[in-house]
Design a protein around this ligand. Sequence first.
Ligand SMILES: [Zn+2]
Ligand SMILES: [Zn+2]
Length: 447
Amino acid sequence: MESIIDEPVIEVGIVKSSGISIDLRGHYIISGRGISPRTITGAIDLTVEHTRVTLKQGGKNVVQSNEIKLVPQTSTARAKVRDVIIGINFHWQQHEDQLFNGFLRFYAEENEVQVVNGVLLESYLLSVVSSEMKSSAPEEYIKAHAIISRSWLLRQIKGREKPDNQFIESSNEILKWFDREAHTRFDVCADDHCQRYQGESRIENRTAIEAVKATRGQVLWFEDGVCDTRFSKCCGGISEAFENCWGPETHPYLKPVADIIPKKGFSIKKVMNEKQAGAWISAQPDVFCNTTDKYILSTVLNDYDLKTNNFFRWEETLSQQKITSLIYDRTKRDIGTVTALVPLKRGPSGRIFSLKVVGLKGRFTIGKELMIRRLLSDTHLYSSAFMVEPQYEDGSKIPSSFVLKGAGWGHGVGLCQIGAAVMAFKGYNYKRILAHYFNKSELKQLY
Ligand SMILES: [Zn+2]
Ligand SMILES: [Zn+2]
């Protein structure tokens, strides 16, 4: 296939700190406004003084500017950035030295130095795919994921000026779609908000390295652009439409699909009403992601998520006291004792994207799916595809608790990770896996 563009450079926000120490292994050219270019190597320190970045070496000022750039003179030059904090806000947060190829850019923000690494896209992908994928995952699954990550990245490079989240709040309605807030002065950050990136420090996963190399330059394409390649852990049997979770636009390649390669005479009906939702959620359809195979799951889920056993079909009970306090905490609304949770609108996977909450003192509707999942849980419900069964005690007309019976894990749009891994174990290749979830898209070699 011919190449259409050159391999892009992606700019990654690495760390922001009041003081940064870097060991330059090899020669770099310093540039920036008001700086006459010169070369530098060895240990350097960066701080902010009067809203300008100061680069020092051996305690002495070398240059000072609003923005400073260091460009390597050879392909073997590397920058070792000291004490980068990884896993911000996670229980395992720690400091680590990290090694970067490509250029570095520094600017001052809120009296701190922001470090940005400009790196070729494939080199960036090697790092993120090898830290996010288990080495035990099947190669075709990792290849599919590499293509998804690459496509997603190319959209981020274009999308720095995305509009804010859509948010409507009135006395009787809370409606919010969620999307990642875009960064403005770099393409992606290095933490889980975007994709975890640790430079060259941890590229050890051989399967991931092979998968990224084998799919170099390939993206999912629809009509005249790169696809918005969403994925979630488990669709629950049918994937969800983009517009019910993410934003008020439709993508023909993100239409709901039953998570199975249909045999002749076999079909799964998409959920259209409450009766069908009830039947679907209480069923155990024979679809790819309906698996309890511990080995397969261990190759896809991280150790923390592996503690979750029932995700294809699950059940949660909320006491009256719990649900009242969750609603008050989340919305600051006092609607009194909750008498009903009424699904108003569901997508084809059974996911609710508009829910009416009725109390003795008030009522409101809430959407879309992530808002619903956050409203009814201390963290998130597994999904918004659930049926509500109010429980009554001693002939009372007020429910004492609500049992939620649900399906799937995550928003369900695009690729189903557990389903895709099962497909790979069954022998489907990455092209077939991607064509299954991103129906109507095509693979394109961009470079
Ligand atoms: Zn980010
Ligand atoms: Zn699935």
